[in-house]
Structures are given as structure tokens and as C-alpha cells.
Design a protein. Structure first.
Length: 363
């Protein structure tokens, strides 16, 4: 904890590894005894970890002390988000980047880049997840570019990436997604991530009929597929934009998008339903296996304790058991094995393989 501050910010015992500097001497070792309440390491919070590193680098403990005192009065940056407070973004605005007060005080100020950020208004209809929290979309990439910015001394390494990618959701792949921004054609949608990765730099990008269209309804991205990306590049290379060759290539691509979507509805969606049903039956079969073990155990205990009634329970298929629990356990075990065996083969598995083969023809 900080010297001269009872109940202040604390560090775990790993602070012993800190070199003998002004920063280490300003920290007071405090042993927590059982029964007197637990403690949490302040440096477990990324913002204060960065502040401590900045204090070492600048040989100025007040950098960490100021950050620790400031963040102790602010809402914690958590995966659940923050409902209120002040938020920060890049100078000039960046709708996708929202940095909470704690990360501003413990991260941006100690590093010395706070002047590149400004306060911003955010709607508090629901909690907001800080863009620098490790669970936020693109957080790892944002932090990586932060590191490059510090190493090279160029803030643009972070700012350029943040303006382009902050708030861009990951491609849903085969999963349908609602409430997203879409690009492409009405017959062939592409998510914003795929658009930025493979489409925006191509000649046809500026002529796409669907651009930055927000849709609440479910849509699927067709451009995550390597095959579709290759066909998109071939379409762009077919001829000058607006030429007969280019228009013919676009028509073929759109026709393929329509066909692919029809096959998707007839195969992938059906496969998902069948696999979900299989998963439910597998859980039920495994549960029967667990119950079988419990009943078999109860039978063994009863026999060991001499608590049987002298009758034998069972038949030639299930075997003979000294108690009714033994018979029930054997029955459940047989059902569990039979159901699991059916799941590993059978008509349903064959149908899934057939549908997957059909989808692979357009995938």
C-alpha cells in the first residue's frame, strides 16, 4: 500500500520483485492476517499496472500515487460496463472509442497522451463497456497499437487504427447477426470487418448499392469465405468499373450470392437445428449414465450393509441384482450406452454429412 495512507491502494507481495528505487521505497509492505478481511492487488487493474510502469520509467512515484488516488474515487472498469460517469474519446471525435474515467486517470494521464483525448457524451440507456477493457471488442489490438505508439513515439499509430476499427464487431461467420452495419449487394451482404479487410480498397467498393446500412433484422456475411473473397477480387479485376465486362462479372457474383444464400437456408440452418437436438440428446444420455452410477453405488452399499430383502432383481439382459436400485442402475446404463451409440451413427448423422457436402459445393 502507499506509505502514510491507511486503507489506500494496495499491491500484492509481488512488489518485492520491484527494484530498489524511489517507487519501491514509497510502497509499504503490509501482511494481511486470516480473519481480518482480504485484500485485492491494485495493479491487477490494467490502468494502475500501466501507471506503475510509467512511474518506474519516469523515476517519479507521484505518477503512480496520483493515478492510484484518482482511480480509487472512480467507478471500476469492469466487464459489466459502467452506467454513468465521464467518458473520453479521440480529439475530434470517434464514435466507436469510449474510454472510462478510471482508464483515463490511470492509463492515459500517466503515459502522457491525455491531451490527445476529449470528453464525449454517451447515452446511458445501458451500461457502456470501456474500449480498453480486456473483454471489449478490439481491446487487444487497441492495446497493441498503444504499445507501438509508445515505442515509436507516434500517436497516429494508435489514432489511425482506433478511428478505423473501434466499435467494428467481429465477423459472425456462418452465424446470422442482427443489429449490424452492412455493405455489398442485396444478394450478397458483407459485414463491416470483411468490408474493411478485403473490399474497401477495390475499385467496385465505391459503387456498391449497400453501403453502411444498419439492419436490425438477421443477416449473414458472405465475404468471410476465402472462396467468396477470391471471387470478389476476380470480379474487380474483370474490367474497368462500368464496363460490360465488369457488369457481367458483378451479375455473376450477385447470382452466386443468391444461390449461396438459398443453399445456406436449406443446409446450414437445418444442420444447426439437428446438431442442437443431438447435443440435447447427448446431455440426456450422459445424465442417464451418471444416474446409473449413482444407483449402482446405492446397490453396492446396500449389499455391503446386508440391507437387501433376499430377492434378486433383473433378467437375462440386465443381469441379476440384490436390490431394486441395482436393476434401475443397469437399465439406465444400458439406455445411456444405446443412445450414445445411436448419436455417433444413424440416419441423423448421415443426413448432417449429406447437408454438409451440399454446402461445401458453394462454400
Amino acid at each position: 500500500m502507499l506509505r502514510g495512507q491507511a486503507g489506500g491502494e494496495g499491491l500484492c507481495r509481488s512488489f518485492r520483485a520491484l527494484p530498489e528505487t524511489e517507487v519501491r521505497s514509497a510502497l509499504l509492505s503490509q501482511r494481511l492476517h486470516p480473519g481480518r478481511g482480504g485484500g485485492s492487488c491494485s495493479v491487477a487493474r490494467m490502468s494502475l499496472s500501466v501507471a506503475l510502469d510509467a512511474a518506474h520509467y519516469q523515476r517519479d512515484f507521484s505518477v503512480y500515487k496520483t493515478a492510484a488516488e484518482a482511480t480509487s474515487r472512480l467507478p471500476s472498469c469492469t466487464a459489466n460496463g459502467i452506467q454513468s460517469g465521464t467518458w473520453w474519446t479521440l480529439q475530434g471525435g470517434c464514435d466507436g472509442l469510449s474510454i472510462c474515467e478510471a482508464c483515463h486517470a490511470g492509463f492515459l494521464v500517466p503515459i502522457g497522451v491525455a491531451q490527445y483525448f476529449e470528453r464525449t457524451r454517451r447515452s446511458f440507456s445501458s451500461p457502456i463497456l470501456c474500449s480498453l477493457h480486456i473483454t471489449a471488442p478490439r481491446a487487444l489490438d487497441l492495446l497493441s497499437h498503444f504499445g507501438q505508439m509508445i515505442e515509436k513515439g507516434l500517436f497516429s499509430h494508435f489514432a489511425d487504427y482506433a478511428r478505423l476499427w473501434s466499435g467494428v464487431r467481429a465477423c459472425p461467420g456462418l452465424k446470422a447477426q442482427g443489429g449490424g452495419t452492412w455493405f455489398g449487394y442485396h444478394e450478397l451482404y458483407m459485414c463491416k470487418e470483411c468490408y474493411l479487410e478485403c473490399a474497401v480498397s477495390q475499385p467496385l467498393a465505391d459503387t456498391l448499392p449497400v453501403r453502411d446500412l444498419y439492419e436490425e433484422d438477421l443477416r449473414i456475411c458472405q465475404m468471410w469465405s476465402p472462396r467468396m473473397r477470391r471471387l470478389w477480387l476476380e470480379t474487380n479485376a474483370a474490367g474497368a468499373v462500368g464496363s460490360p465486362e465488369s457488369k457481367a462479372a458483378e451479375d455473376r457474383l450477385r447470382e452466386l450470392g443468391t444461390q449461396r444464400f438459398q443453399v445456406y437456408n436449406a443446409t446450414v440452418l437445418q444442420i444447426e437445428v439437428m446438431q442442437q437436438m443431438q447435443a440435447m440428446r447427448r446431455r440426456a444420455a450422459l445424465h442417464k449414465g451418471v444416474q446409473s452410477t449413482v444407483y449402482a453405488g446405492a446397490n453396492s452399499f446396500a449389499m455391503a450393509a446386508g440391507a437387501s430383502d433376499g430377492y434378486m432383481y433383473g433378467n437375462s439382459s440386465l443381469g441379476w441384482h440384490g436390490t431394486r436400485n441395482g436393476l434401475i442402475g443397469a437399465q439406465l446404463g444400458m439406455e445411456s450406452r444405446a443412445e450414445l451409440a445411436q448419436l455417433s451413427g444413424g440416419d441423423e448423422t448421415a443426413e448432417i454429412l449429406r447437408l454438409q457436402a451440399i454446402w461445401s459445393q458453394v462454400e
